[in-house]
Every structure is written in structure tokens, then in C-alpha cells.
Design a protein around this ligand. Structure first.
Ligand SMILES: [Zn+2]
Length: 192
């Protein structure tokens, strides 16, 4: 069970595990806006309805650089869990192959760890490329990497309930909700 956490300004911030949401409420750091009465959260001491949407009591300033940080969770989501060189999705990787972060211009050659210089690559393509530029390794990118919209990323990696969607709509409007309404697919649970 996961809970949508809003900033004091009602800006949707992230999805947190129910356990953490309950902790924030007990500590007086958040208030419950919606709870899932069908589900109970049990700990040693208490049993409470699972929070579905909470709002932080105090406004939390989220630094721009934090929002824009490249993490593998968001990078792989941006690239739809697909190697940007050979086009294979994660589900088609075999044996010991796995998804990696590739720096298009290698760090060793002055490349940056920025959204427009990193792509999702399977380990095989990444090894093949080594410390070279894609063109030098005979590789071609499927898409031009761009900095994604932070909100898109958060919802791309999590499926949200209808109750939670209500608050996304409230803050961002219907258009954003439509744009980020990705079909619920079973994916690796990212740690946010
Ligand atoms: Zn590949």
C-alpha cells in the first residue's frame, strides 16, 4: 500500500509507503486527507486505516537540483525500460544482461551526468560502447534524450488510485492527469 504525499501547498510530491505515511501523521508532520477504509495498517501498538493521501503540515522546499536529479529509477522510466541502442525492453534481456545508465559522451571524456547525456542501455550495448561515443562504436540512439517532466516521472513509475488522482487533477489540472495516465503495468518497485 502506498500513499500520495502532498506538500503543504497541495503540490503532489511523491508516493510514500503506508508505514512512512503513518509515521509522519503520528509525528504531527502530516495530516490525513484521504484514507483507505478497506485496508488497515497494523503495527505492534495500533491499527489504523491506511492513509491514501496525506498533506505535509509545513511546506517543504524541494530544491530544483533534487527534482532534476538523474536516478536510474527515473531514467529507466523515461526510456520505457528499453535499451536506447538495441531497442530491447527489459523483459527481453537474457541471462545476466541488465539495464544500465550509459553516458553518451563518457564521463572520462568530459560528459556530464545530465538528462541529455544519459540513456538507458542494456549491459551488452554499454560494454560494446565502452569509453566511446555512439558513432565511434557503430551505435545509434533510438531517441534523443531530453530532460523529462518531474511529475511525469513520478507517475510513470507508480500507479495511482482514483482517490489519489483526484489530488493530481486538483493541482495540475485534467490535462496533466491525462498525459501521465499510463496503464498500470507491473514494474520493479522503485525506492523513492
Ligand atoms: Zn542494448
Amino acid at each position: 500500500m502506498s500513499c500520495l504525499a502532498l506538500n503543504a501547498s497541495f503540490e503532489p510530491l511523491t508516493i510514500v509507503p503506508a508505514r512512512r505515511a503513518v509515521r509522519l501523521i503520528l509525528d504531527g508532520k502530516a495530516e490525513i486527507l484521504e484514507e483507505d477504509s478497506d485496508r488497515l495498517f497494523r503495527s505492534e501498538k495500533y491499527t489504523v486505516p491506511c492513509p491514501a493521501v496525506i498533506r505535509l503540515v509545513r511546506f517543504v522546499h524541494v530544491p530544483y537540483r533534487f527534482r532534476r536529479q538523474v536516478t536510474n529509477t527515473f531514467l529507466f522510466a523515461r526510456d520505457d525500460y528499453t535499451c536506447q541502442y538495441c531497442g530491447r525492453p527489459k523483459s527481453e534481456l537474457r541471462g545476466r544482461q541488465f539495464l544500465t545508465r550509459d553516458h553518451i559522451r563518457p564521463l572520462s571524456r568530459g560528459g556530464l551526468n545530465s538528462w541529455d547525456n544519459v540513456v538507458t542501455s542494456c549491459s551488452t550495448c554499454n560494454n560494446r560502447k565502452g569509453g566511446r561515443l555512439p558513432s565511434e562504436a557503430g551505435l545509434r540512439l533510438m531517441n534523443e534524450p531530453k530532460e523529462p517532466n518531474y511529475v511525469h516521472l513520478v507517475w510513470a513509475v507508480r500507479s495511482v488510485t482514483n482517490t489519489q488522482k483526484k489530488y493530481i487533477r486538483l493541482f495540475y489540472g485534467e490535462e496533466v492527469l491525462d498525459a501521465v495516465a499510463v496503464p498500470a503495468v507491473t514494474r520493479d518497485e522503485p525506492v523513492l
